[in-house]
Design a protein around this ligand. Structure first.
Ligand SMILES: Nc1ncnc2c1ncn2[C@@H]1O[C@H](COP(=O)(O)OP(=O)(O)OP(=O)(O)O)[C@@H](O)[C@H]1O
Length: 263
């Protein structure tokens, strides 16, 4: 469980990234954070794995306040909380398999990881996770030979190999076309449902938020201005969150497809 308690973050230049946020995210939830650019979505997500550090309040993960974490505590937090980025963050010149194995680094001792000494079990897990996102045939390809959607699937396999309790995804589909965006969201949702991993995703496409979220959190100027199940969300809700009417570019668009996630 993740609990934001009166959490605020003021950046060194005085910008208020988060303002008095009170939110509890229960185990197994699939939460989508929406809001205009600059609303604080990334700051919200990045607080959870301490890529940024809130300046006031408490942030409890499994009942422990993580705000004071340093050194090994911080490293183990980042092993428990996996992250997926808009730009995939793969090592471009490394193979797909090595990139996925990198998910084990938090579990492997420094000595073993320097020499890439991964166990048979680690390698089996990496392969199995590549299969889960249907990309195992690209095992030996260099990461930069893959399309954007394929690279994001590799990054999902890497995060799974990390065996996290939580997955954060910061605009995971912002660089992808509509069909590929849906594929990636489907994999994230499937993993959430099958493995019960709590998943928090930032999206700025409201149709995708409605399609995949269980619960939507709306942010504006660092504050949570809406928090509720998808069943309670209407067009007016988004208009309130955005402070304006909905436009074409707030929608990713749907795709006619058979649901099979292959490229
Ligand atoms: N390192 C930083 N230093 C100063 N201000 C920052 C920093 N990072 C973010 N901000 C500011 O904090 C506010 C919230 O930014 P944040 O990136 O969390 O918003 P966002 O909703 O994720 O937007 P986007 O969709 O554009 O990424 C913005 O005003 C942003 O300019």
């Amino acid at each position: 469980m993740i609990q934001f308690k009166d959490l605020s973050l003021v950046y060194p230049n005085g910008t208020q990234g988060l303002k008095d946020v009170n939110v509890t995210i229960n185990d197994g939830e699939f939460v989508v954070i929406v809001g205009l650019s600059g609303a604080g979505k990334s700051t919200f997500i990045r607080s959870i794995n301490r890529l940024v550090t809130p300046t006031d309040g408490e942030l409890l993960i499994d009942d422990e306040d993580i705000l004071g974490y340093k050194g090994s505590k911080l490293r183990s937090l980042r092993t428990k909380v996996g992250m997926i980025f808009q730009n995939y963050n793969l090592v471009k010149r490394s193979s797909v398999f090595k990139n996925v194995l990198a998910g084990r680094l938090g579990h492997t001792g420094t000595f073993r990881s320097i020499f890439n000494l991964f166990s048979k079990e680690d390698k089996a897990l990496a392969y199995q996770n590549l299969k889960r996102v249907n990309i195992e045939e690209k095992l030996y390809n260099r990461a930069d030979q893959l399309s954007g959607g394929q690279q994001q699937r590799v990054s999902i396999a890497r995060v799974l190999t990390q065996k996290p309790d939580y997955i954060l995804a910061d605009e995971p589909v912002a660089s992808l076309d509509p069909p590929t965006s849906h594929q990636v969201m489907k994999y994230l949702k499937k993993i959430n449902q099958e493995d019960g991993i709590t998943t928090i995703v930032n999206l700025h496409f409201i149709d995708m938020a409605m399609e995949y979220a269980d619960r939507i959190i709306g942010m504006r100027a660092g504050e949570v201005v809406f928090d509720g199940p998808v069943s309670e969300v209407s067009e007016e809700t988004f208009e309130e969150i955005y402070g304006r009417s909905i436009r074409e570019d707030d929608l990713r668009g749907s795709v006619e497809e058979d649901g099979e996630a292959n490229e």
